[in-house]
Design a protein. Structure first.
Lengths: 391, 531, 414
């Protein structure tokens, strides 16, 4: 057993081990006391209102209409209304993330351009947008731009295929008719052919040492197969041209003005931050890489495309993750312009059903879930790109 | 009581003995405190903790219950800790190195009671890292180093387990937390079922008392609806509902000319925040053209007084574009968020097989911004509000009209929070009194005269003035409300009767009495008698 | 080529033989570019660049022209003129407005002294040009907007106090750092007392004043709480660290607006019946929780940046965990986290605009209201742009100054 020297322990009140456990116990005790107080108060307060803390009310009839989103009618339940809000949030978040990344990439590269004017434009854009609150920007886009668009009768139109007014935007799109199923098989076949063409072209490139455009070849092959299939299945695609109605557009792909304003505000705002991230990560790529690429005779554009950007984007993934999360969370500001996303719909539900605690719990849980999903995807992406070897 | 007083020292003493033995301190009530500091320390700490628990609000019976649970939960692990080494008794040996680095087998002594010895070992292992060495530095601070990884073996479970610093702490902390949380949950259940009042002192002060003490009445009002509650260019809020607020203040504080700031405060509030603000106590009464509905009475916890305006929901639209409601099929209609209008519109249109798209915005100002730019084709809201806004809006959007269709009933009434009946009665009776005054023909002009000598007993009862009969002074009528029986005198001198209030605020905007006329005049305003 | 000039007498060691003199090569100095060369090099270095220049140049000119035309010709700024007071201070009672001026003077002096101490005077010609342009524009705008002579006088006094503070700061230098820190810490309670002492309730604060007060309150409160959270997250006590991690991740995963709505609807239910806070206080509370989670994360990064050797050395010296943290780790961590911390404070200031979504009368809400009143309906852009500009000016100035302070303090260089 342990020797006597081990038993020379300091007395209890100076014994670090004991104090640590005691400290944690006291901490947990305090937490439990506070939580208990809060929960009891909550129960008491809720009872005073003749309400409860259950989620059963979500099955009640909603009674209110929502102006855009997945199929919904006022006869559906509150929960269904909430799901409409979730769908709307996802709609704006995904498109926003994609567009903001593109804008951020372009602006980030622009800030490092050799062209003085382009550099300055990028700088001005970033400095102005980053330092203005996002709510101000969203409201500005909605109130000063979208609402100021012409009314629907006098709306702008682009060759009668796309229309813009303050009731929204409508763009001509495709409508699939019968035969589309068969055509999709042709599309799959085309994709497979394209992949094969890429493989063959890569082998040829490596053998001859020339750089033939692989993507162009593959795209060509795909288009040929798709076109043949299109004709064979009886042209199963018709145009869906929007018509100018009295109150809105019918047909085509439509986006409401609120959606447009929210998307514009979010994309421009987040784009500025992504531009800074892209600039920082390009500058973080070791200079030797660029110099080596230059020594190998690559043009500036090739250097960027083949050497610098891939490494830069790898570095940029963690901060990009937090910007994507910010964009998703900032979509909650649609409350101010009437776009029916999660917070806006939940606000209406709270006003009609008065069960604020449950709704807020639901809303927070949903946002947490979305944040976790986005972070998980980005982390997987991060792992995937770093496994291929360090820069 | 006596049994309890006998039991508690015994229990406390036994707990102290147990703790001291576990940590190996000098123990015994026979010793002096200086000789056994840890022992007496535990007694002292236990006393303090018990005292504090009392002040924090723990029920002592609950605490006894808790300690029973603690005992129960602690028993299985302890028994386990005693049993397992007993199982290993056959081995009787250990491996690994001791503190001096010697390897080799060592036999456990068998002459001492094994369970006792190993319980102590268990306790020691819980609070110290295995093989850890406690040192003191030159300043007397104690800390421990963890020995090299391969040296830390745990003999407790008879196999090689690495129990580092983290784990022993974790174990101890988890055990304690588990125990406490379990006890807390059980305690919570009991409270929920039985007396919710153990930790919940009921609000002792009535709202009426609070208002009287404060000396200022706070009213939640609108500031965007002309005629009812509208902010003028100078920043003053005026309107029908505001006059009622003045009336309440006059009744509460017994003054015939209540002043803003001194007797009452107007707090503009949004439609979707009004009930929360009322519940949070930001104001005492909500006079904000609020519709009395069953769900607001129930779920929102509001008590509504006698309606001061019977209204209906209507739709406003440009006359040139829409001849009737049916033309609005598929239109975009602006509604205010947090109101009954959202629901009513959906139901009304659905029942007529009409379709629409709601544009939900915060209040009439934002709605007007959207409406004038043709973001929406029509606006829906209370007819009275729309009628008040129409002349202002027509300057920008010409030829507006309000359709005759009544989408829903909207009885507008002042609201107070559930729970204070006295305050509710005061508010309710002030409204009734105002209507009754018009029925009886008392106005702000002749009220002084009526106070001197009421023309009939009904007026006397209303004003709380004793009717003189001969030389005897009869007692004035006292309805037993929490305000002075002469409160109507002040109210009428301050704002006048119902007709006067209506004429002052709503008639200039073109409102007609309509169903808000007295029941004797073809309307439905009917006051409760003062008797 | 001789060694480049005679050395001062005391450095001369002796005669070096001519052949052994070290040859100092100095890179040939480039003559400054002529405008033509500059254009060619920076704007038209390749055909692609040339096209880019033309296209973006056209875009810039177009937008710039439209903007200038809007600002000076077609816009009707009366909405701003009439509402200037409401923009700045909301419905603050007129007779108590001297309090706001007192606060403004106090802050002007404090900011001036801080600037003087922390930043060297900018001596570049470009800096001078920029400042001249800014001064001219500012004075011009004020001439147009402010009609009252008294306000002019007070603004002049504030500007003078600022300039005086800058001069004093430069003169007295680093000795003032500690007093400045204490003054900033005291600034918030002093401001609150000044503003509400007497009879002005918090519901009268509005406009830019509300944004500034909320921002300062949130920053002041969330800094210590965030530090505690950050330290708790690193604690070796599992109970504490798990709680802190859970709390931080929960708060960072939900939007700020949701937290504010929680504060509005649910928070009072959690308090004992009868106990209630004003709506503004609740909003500040939830805001503080939000901000402290981010401060904790920034601090975590900073603490991770402190070399492990520092901790070990502290241990060797016998410092307890608390002392190690307080005396060794935190000072280093805080120093390295100044840039992200300041960035976070800037975004706290920007996020105070969210109060408008909950109908608090802050600057953004006031701007929207101003354009909705019947007099000024239709002039939304004129009402919103000044509000946006005010936000931008403050955020931009702080971020610029913090960049210069960083380079001056050498943060981030080791």
């Amino acid at each position: 057993m342990a020797a006597a020297a081990n038993r020379a322990r300091p007395p209890l009140w100076r014994n670090v081990r004991f104090l640590r456990i005691l400290g944690q116990a006291i901490f947990v005790l305090l937490l439990v006391i506070v939580a208990r107080e809060a929960v009891l108060n909550l129960g008491f307060g809720v009872e005073r209102q003749n309400l409860d803390l259950s989620f059963d009310f979500l099955r009640q009839r909603a009674g209110f209409a929502i102006k855009e989103g997945i199929a919904y009618s006022p006869n559906e339940s509150f929960f269904r209304a909430f799901l409409v809000g979730v769908a709307n949030t996802i709609r704006v978040a995904l498109v926003g993330i994609a567009l903001a990344t593109v804008l951020g990439l372009v602006m980030g590269v622009a800030r490092l351009s050799t062209n003085w004017l382009v550099r300055r434009i990028g700088q001005v854009y970033v400095e102005i947008v980053r330092n203005t609150p996002v709510l101000v920007q969203i409201i500005f886009w909605y109130v000063a731009v979208i609402l100021a668009l012409p009314v629907i009768e006098g709306g702008l139109s682009l060759w009668d295929l796309a229309f813009v007014s303050n009731r929204g935007t409508a763009v001509a799109w495709f409508r699939l008719e019968e035969g589309a199923g068969a055509w999709s098989l042709f599309l799959l076949a085309g994709a497979a052919v394209g992949a094969l063409v890429v493989r063959r072209r890569t082998k040829i490139n490596e053998r001859t040492g020339r750089l033939t455009p692989r993507v162009a070849w593959a795209a060509g092959a795909f288009l040929v197969v798709a076109g043949v299939g299109f004709l064979l299945t009886g042209t199963p695609v018709a145009g869906d041209v929007p018509e100018v109605g009295r109150f809105g557009y019918t047909g085509g792909v439509q986006v409401s003005p609120e959606y447009t304003a929210l998307l514009l505000g979010l994309v421009i705002y987040t784009g500025a931050f992504i531009a800074e991230i892209v600039r920082g990560s390009i500058q973080a790529v070791p200079r030797g890489q660029k110099e080596a690429a230059e020594a190998l005779g690559l043009t500036a554009r090739q250097q960027l495309r083949l050497v610098v950007l891939p490494q830069a984007l790898r570095i940029a993934i963690p901060p990009l993750n937090s910007q994507y999360l910010n964009l998703t969370k900032n979509s909650s500001l649609a409350l101010a312009i009437g776009y029916p996303e999660i917070v806006s719909v939940s606000n209406t539900i709270i006003n009609q059903a008065a069960r604020a605690t449950q709704m807020l719990l639901l809303v927070m849980a949903t946002y947490l879930l979305m944040s976790l999903t986005i972070s998980a995807v980005m982390n997987a992406l991060n792992r995937a790109v770093t496994r291929r070897g360090q820069a | 009581m006596g049994t309890g007083l006998l039991a508690i020292p015994t229990l406390a003493g036994s707990a102290t003995y147990a703790v001291s033995e576990a940590f190996g301190w000098t123990e015994g009530l026979g010793r002096k405190p200086r000789e056994a500091p840890g022992f007496y320390g535990v007694i002292g700490v236990a006393m303090l903790v018990g005292l504090t628990l009392n002040f924090v609000g723990f029920d002592p019976i609950q605490a006894l219950y808790l300690s029973a649970i603690l005992n129960g939960l602690a028993a299985p692990p302890l028994v386990l800790l005693m049993l397992i080494p007993v199982q290993l008794r056959g081995r009787g040996e250990t491996t690994g190195r001791d503190a001096l680095g010697r390897t080799g087998r060592r036999h456990l002594p068998g002459d001492v009671a094994l369970g006792d010895r190993l319980s102590r070992v268990a306790a020691e292992r819980l609070t110290h890292p295995v093989g850890g060495v406690e040192h003191r530095d030159m300043h007397g601070h104690g800390f421990a180093f963890r020995k090299r990884r391969e040296d830390t073996r745990c003999i407790l479970y008879g196999k090689e387990t690495d129990m580092g610093i983290r784990r022993s702490n974790l174990f101890g902390a988890l055990l304690l937390s588990l125990v406490i949380v379990t006890s807390a949950c059980t305690r919570g259940e009991e409270d929920g079922n039985g007396d919710g009042g153990t930790a919940q002192p009921a609000p002792t002060e009535s709202l009426l008392q609070t208002i009287t003490d404060r000396g200022v009445l706070r009213c939640g009002v609108n500031n965007t609806v002309p005629g009812f509650g509208f902010e003028t260019a100078e920043g003053q809020i005026e309107g029908f509902d505001v006059d009622f607020c003045k009336a309440f203040a006059a009744a509460m504080f017994g003054t015939p000319s209540p002043e803003e700031g001194t007797h009452y405060e107007l707090i503009p509030i949004d439609a979707d925040a009004r009930f929360n603000a009322l519940r949070a106590g930001e104001f005492d009464v909500l006079v904000r053209n609020t519709t009395w509905t069953s769900s607001r009475d129930g779920a929102e916890g509001v008590s509504f007084a006698h309606p001061n305006f019977y209204d209906g929901q209507a739709i406003l639209a440009p006359e040139d574009d829409f001849a009737s409601l049916e033309d609005l099929d598929g239109a975009n209609i602006c509604v205010t968020t947090g109101t009954t209008t959202e629901l009513n519109l959906a139901d009304y249109f659905a029942s007529r097989d009409l379709d629409f798209e709601p544009i939900v915005l915060e209040d009439y100002e934002v709605i007007f911004e959207a409406f004038r730019q043709n973001r929406c084709d029509a606006v829906t809201g209370d007819r009275s509000a729309l009628a008040g806004l129409l002349p202002l809006w027509e300057e920008d959007v010409p030829n507006l009209t309000i359709f005759e269709d009544v989408i829903s009933k909207e009885p507008l009434a002042p609201g107070v929070l559930d729970g204070d009946d006295e305050w509710f009665d005061v508010v309710n009776m002030v409204v009734n009194g105002i209507i009754l005054a018009e029925e009886l023909g008392v106005t702000s002009e002749n009220v002084a005269q009526e106070i001197e000598g009421p023309s009939d007993p009904f007026i006397g009862a209303l004003l709380g003035v004793p009717v003189q009969e001969g030389e005897e002074l009869g007692l004035g009528f006292d309805p037993g409300l929490a305000v002075d029986p002469t409160f109507m005198q002040n109210v009428l001198q301050a704002v006048g009767n119902y007709g006067e209030i209506f004429e002052r605020n709503l008639t200039p905007l073109g409102h007609e009495r309509g169903i808000n006329a007295l029941w004797t005049d073809g309307g439905i305003q009917y006051a409760i008698p003062f008797r | 080529m001789n060694g480049g000039g005679a050395l001062p007498g005391d450095l001369e060691r002796g005669v070096i033989a001519a052949g052994e003199e070290p040859v100092v090569e100095v890179a040939p100095r480039r003559p400054p570019l002529t405008p033509n060369e500059w254009i060619r090099r920076n704007l038209f270095s390749s055909w692609f660049n040339g096209v880019l220049t033309i296209v973006s140049g056209a875009l810039v000119l177009f937008i710039g022209f439209r903007l200038l035309r809007f600002v000076f010709v077609s816009a009707d700024w009366t909405v701003l003129k009439a509402n200037l007071r409401v923009y700045m201070v909301g419905r603050f009672p007129q007779e108590d407005i001297w309090r706001v001026w007192a606060v403004a003077f106090f802050l002007a002096m404090l900011v001036g002294v801080s600037r003087g101490v922390l930043l060297p005077p900018s001596r570049t010609r470009r800096g001078a040009y920029v400042r001249a342009v800014v001064a001219v524009v500012a004075v011009g705008a004020l001439v147009y907007l402010v009609e009252s002579l008294l306000v002019w006088l007070l603004l002049a006094i504030a500007a003078a106090l600022f300039a005086g503070g800058v001069a004093a700061g430069r003169r007295l230098g680093r000795r003032l750092v500690r007093p400045i820190l204490i003054a900033w810490l005291l600034a918030f309670p002093v401001v609150v007392v000044l503003l509400s002492f007497g009879d002005v309730g918090a519901d009268r604060w509005g406009g830019m004043l509300l944004n500034v007060i909320v921002a300062v309150a949130v920053i002041a409160l969330s800094f210590p709480i965030g530090i505690l959270l950050g330290l708790g997250r690193r604690s070796s006590l599992p109970a504490v660290s798990w709680f802190c991690v859970g709390f931080i991740e929960l708060i960072r995963g939900v939007p700020l607006l949701t937290l504010l709505i929680f504060g509005r609807f649910v928070l009072i239910l959690l308090l004992p019946p009868g106990l209630t806070f004003a709506q503004l206080v609740r909003a500040i509370l939830m805001f503080t929780l939000f901000s402290s989670a981010y401060v904790a994360e920034i601090l975590r990064g900073g603490l991770q940046g402190v070399p492990e050797g520092q901790y070990e050395a502290a241990r060797a010296l016998g410092l307890s965990t608390t002392r190690t943290m307080a005396l060794v780790a935190l000072p280093q961590a805080l120093r390295s986290t100044i840039p992200p911390m300041i960035g976070h404070f800037i975004s706290v200031f920007k996020d105070t605009s969210l109060l408008a979504a909950l109908s608090f009368s802050d600057l953004l809400f006031t701007a929207r209201r101003a354009s909705q009143s019947f007099e000024f309906v239709g002039h939304q852009a004129e009402a919103l742009l000044p509000a946006a500009f005010l936000f931008w000016v403050i955020a931009f100035s702080i971020s610029r100054w913090s960049q210069r302070v960083e380079t001056r303090l050498g943060v981030g260089e080791r």
